[in-house]
Write a protein that binds this ligand. Structure first.
Ligand code: GLC
Length: 533
């Protein structure tokens, strides 16, 4: 390891692996994944070569939004196990060299959280102001035109106290009032609780919604909404009074201070942010006192086109503030899987892109074996969004991990899983483990290469040739250079290589060691990493 690379923190050099706990491994045959199940699979995760595990919510919850509706921030849902199971999970993860990142859901609680139960009990309850309450208009209608991300108005009527409460998502997810200092204090205490239990970082959910306009002004109409964009009716308006308000950044800085005083920069704060350019960069904070990494969702939404993606990368790199660390993601539990979006062949190119760009990558569980969106018929749909905004449910990307085809339910559970596993021939860990050309083998090799090459983990990024279906760039560190060349299309592509070298890796896994003098040819759907010799 060179002197320069020692200065980097684990999360700058590392790779994050996202687990959706309901779907990873079921240990008690109830059809739903759990903590002991995840713990039994940690060797697999470590063997992949990633550095951290991010768990989507495992807390007490009525599961109206599958755990993103928390009813006790410091309790584990019995479906997932106990606090002891959690401690055992953390201990084993740490023993295997894996950091642990938890989901932190500060924007809203469940309506069954004791805070909300108190808040809604009377208008004079001390917790009334912990949530966002508002009178109806004189005609009894909602206080203003604010919309919910899950479709329809963002206001729900409370019969008993005769007021509406605001909720950016489901009616069972009332928004906390982050203008209230008691709320802020109670919520940063949650961070302290988990850090004291050994947690290394947090992914902060739905952070753009933390603050709302104090005078409750209507959001303006969106002139670009064509009425057909059913994702969503939500986009009918521009949420200038309900999303991304300046006050949000103060709350983030509070969270960051809490982490900094509990282990310094070793504790990682990731923010879920679906923005670009300056609006995204603002989440790094003033002088990097905000999120270590506001999520960069460009590749989750991007049209799969070499020129466009190259332009995104350059715009992102150019917009990053001084000292801000980049990050990349191609899939998560809220968006269609990469292998379904771009196809099986291109999913390999996407993996090479994700794992060779400058910045911390996050891999979504199952993408390492090329899992595609599950086929979930309407009668088996579980996601509330599937009901409120038909066609946009998130169940397909949340189906169970496919461990093997020999046991029932893909080796995920002894009982009927909460979401179906595919029928017929499907990708599995077991089959791909024994195949040195598999997607799993590609991920392991990419991760090993990234670990071995400082140029890939912490080196500089310089764009190289981009034309038609070709995207190429050079990563460099301490005088060492690697060229990454990706073919986004179905035809052969030739490109010049600015140095003599050899192929360290091809997405097809069959050219390692091949000498390269001044040019290289890529086959359809092929990406290569060429190292300078
Ligand atoms: C985030 C989560 C999503 C959830 C929403 C409300 O976007 O990723 O799954 O439904 O917040 O908590």
């Amino acid at each position: 390891m060179s002197e320069a690379s020692k200065k980097h923190l684990w999360w700058q050099k590392g790779v994050v692996y996202q687990i959706y706990p309901r779907s990873f491994m079921d240990s008690n045959a109830d059809g739903i994944g759990d903590l002991p199940g995840i713990t039994t699979k940690l060797e697999y995760v470590a063997h992949l070569g990633v550095d951290a595990v991010w768990l989507s919510p495992i807390f007490s919850s009525p599961m109206a939004d599958f755990g993103y509706d928390v009813s006790d921030y410091t309790g584990i849902h019995p479906m997932f196990g106990t606090l002891e199971d959690f401690d055992a999970f953390v201990e084993k993860a740490h023993g295997l060299g894996l950091k642990v990142i938890l989901d932190y859901v500060p924007n809203h609680t469940s309506d069954e959280h004791p805070w909300f139960v108190e808040s809604r009990s009377s208008k004079v309850n001390p917790k009334r102001d912990w949530y966002v309450w508002r009178d109806a208009k004189p005609d009894g209608s909602v206080p203003n035109n604010w919309l919910s991300e899950f479709g329809g108005p963002a206001w729900s009527w409370d019969e008993k106290t005769g007021q509406y409460y605001y909720r950016a998502y489901h009616e069972k997810q009332p928004d906390l009032n982050w203008r209230n200092p008691e709320v802020r204090e109670a919520m940063v205490d949650v961070l302290r609780f988990w850090m004291d239990r050994g947690v290394d970082g947090f992914r902060v959910d739905a952070v753009n919604h933390l603050a709302e306009d104090e005078s409750f002004r209507d959001d303006p109409p969106n002139p670009d909404w064509d009425g057909k964009d059913s994702r969503h009716v939500y986009h009918r308006q521009i949420p200038i009074h309900t999303s991304n308000l300046p006050e949000t950044h103060e709350a983030v800085a509070d969270m960051r201070r809490t982490l900094d005083s509990h282990g310094g920069a070793e504790r990682l704060l990731i923010g879920e942010v679906y923005l670009s350019g300056e609006e995204l960069m603002a989440y790094y904070g003033v002088a990097n006192d905000g999120f270590h990494m506001p999520t960069n969702m460009e590749l989750v939404r991007a049209a799969w086109d070499a020129r466009k993606i190259s332009a995104y990368i350059e715009a992102y790199e150019a917009a990053l503030p001084e000292g801000a660390w980049p990050n990349w993601v191609v899939g998560n539990h809220d968006n269609p899987r990469i292998a379904s979006r771009v196809g099986k062949g291109q999913a390999r190119v996407a993996a090479m892109l994700l794992l060779t760009l400058r910045g911390t990558p996050t891999i979504y569980y199952g993408d390492e074996i090329g899992m595609t969106d599950g086929d979930v018929p309407p009668e088996l749909e579980r996601d509330p969004v599937a009901k409120s905004v038909p066609g946009f449910g998130r169940d397909p990307e949340r189906t169970p991990m496919q461990w093997n085809a020999t046991e029932k339910n893909a080796g995920f559970s002894d009982s009927e899983p909460w979401l179906p596993v595919p029928e017929g021939d499907f990708a599995t860990v077991e089959a791909q483990r024994g195949d040195s050309y598999s997607m799993l083998a590609l991920h392991r090799k990419l991760l090993a290469l990234r670990r071995a090459e400082d140029a890939l983990s912490v080196g500089s990024y310089s764009p190289s040739e981009v034309r038609d279906d070709l995207l190429s760039y050079i990563r460099g560190h301490d005088g060492r250079r690697l060229l990454v060349a990706l073919n986004f299309g179905e035809k052969d592509v030739d490109l010049d290589v600015p140095f003599r070298g050899r192929i360290s890796l091809s997405t097809h896994l069959d050219r390692e060691g091949e000498e390269v003098s001044d040019s290289v040819s890529l086959r359809p759907n092929e990406g290569v990493v060429v190292e300078e010799s």
